[in-house]
Design a protein around this ligand. Structure first.
Ligand code: FES
Length: 72
């Protein structure tokens, strides 16, 4: 799905940026240019980054322990 029409960035590229280490929308924008044109896609870029971080076990850029992990 094309997310950023100005810079021709797809949701796949955004996911790959997060998988490569980007932990917020600003980092993704610096990496691939998404959101650096008219800015209309920024809310969607932010949502996709949060979704990818969440599905990868990260929230707010902070790695989370696996469910059921012994943290004592
Ligand atoms: S659509 Fe992404 S910056 Fe314009």
């Amino acid at each position: 799905m094309l997310v950023c029409h100005c810079k021709r960035v797809s949701s796949r590229i955004i996911r790959e940026c997060v998988q490569a280490g980007a932990r917020d929308a600003a980092s993704v924008s610096r990496a691939c240019g998404a959101g650096t044109g008219c800015g209309g896609c920024r809310p969607l870029v932010h949502e996709l980054v949060e979704r990818e971080l969440s599905s990868a076990g990260h929230l707010d850029g902070i790695p989370r322990a696996p469910e059921g992990a012994d943290l004592s």
